[in-house]
Design a binder for this molecule. Structure first.
Ligand SMILES: NC(=O)c1ccc[n+]([C@@H]2O[C@H](COP(=O)([O-])OP(=O)(O)OC[C@H]3O[C@@H](n4cnc5c(N)ncnc54)[C@H](OP(=O)(O)O)[C@@H]3O)[C@@H](O)[C@H]2O)c1
Length: 221
């Protein structure tokens, strides 16, 4: 399995404002790059916080990329995965439409009524007691044949993936905006590290959309 975390952040490292609404931090060049990365992936993973904040669809948008996937015998868009301990994903969320297969990674704490409601729209995986155990959940995804994984946020999930040692690559578009705010989400939130900080190796630096795309490889995986 190969896990790429991709996110767009402001010049001061924020994924959004303190209102947690979806913001256009990048532009057309970066959207096209993200679409190409989606098209190369077997699955796109987000945390439930992102589903609740942004209601993303997480499909491949470009017709030619969708066509190429079909020609290769793959579905037009990769599978979508939501990490959602208690099944808070709304049943009318865009990720639950029939444009692609969707997996919901739940914990044992997800109530039965939520499981029943969500099972009509998605494949349910259970890993962890109160919170999703990411190592086990990603193992279950691998068993489904999902090898090339793209993670699209948000900050809570990204931190936990680094904590679990699951990240191979980090691609961050750093845009020409300053958002600020101590409560605005950053690239890696969660508890934060106080020691044994994950270290990265810079692989590429590319200018696009008036900002910069940084491609990092992790050292600890
Ligand atoms: N700029 C970008 O590229 C970008 C991309 C994505 C999102 N965003 C922004 O980021 C914000 C949302 O990010 P977020 O950090 O609030 O939410 P998130 O990372 O998308 O989701 C976090 C939630 O996932 C669930 N979860 C279950 N198991 C977990 C685990 N082991 N580790 C971590 N989380 C786990 C938790 O909710 P439960 O306890 O209920 O399970 C947790 O609150 C929004 O403002 C959105 O606009 C920006």
């Amino acid at each position: 399995m190969h896990v790429v975390v991709n996110a767009a952040m402001s010049a001061d490292g924020k994924l959004s404002s303190r209102r947690r609404e979806q913001l256009a931090i990048s532009g057309d060049e970066d959207f096209a790059r993200v679409d190409r990365l989606r098209a190369k992936s077997d699955a796109i993973v987000v945390g439930v916080g992102t589903v609740l904040a942004d209601d993303p669809h997480l499909t491949v948008k470009d017709d030619a990329l969708r066509e190429r996937r079909r020609d290769d015998g793959r579905p037009a868009s990769p599978a979508r995965v939501v990490v959602d301990s208690s099944g808070r994903t709304p049943t009318d969320a865009a990720v639950l439409d029939d444009a692609a297969t969707t997996y919901l990674c739940l914990s044992e704490a997800a109530p039965v009524d939520r499981r029943l409601a969500l099972a009509e729209h998605a494949e349910l995986l259970t890993a962890g007691d109160d919170r999703v155990d990411l190592l086990r959940a990603f193992g279950a995804l691998q068993e489904q044949g999902l090898e090339r994984i793209m993670v699209e946020g948000g900050g809570e999930l990204i931190f936990s993936l680094f904590e679990a040692g699951l990240v191979d690559e980090l691609r961050t578009f750093v845009g020409p905006t300053l958002i600020g705010g101590r409560d605005a989400p950053t690239l890696a939130d969660g508890e934060g590290f106080v020691a044994a900080f994950p270290t990265l190796e810079l692989d590429a630096v590319d200018r696009l959309d008036g900002g910069v795309l940084l491609t990092w490889k992790t050292n600890d995986r």
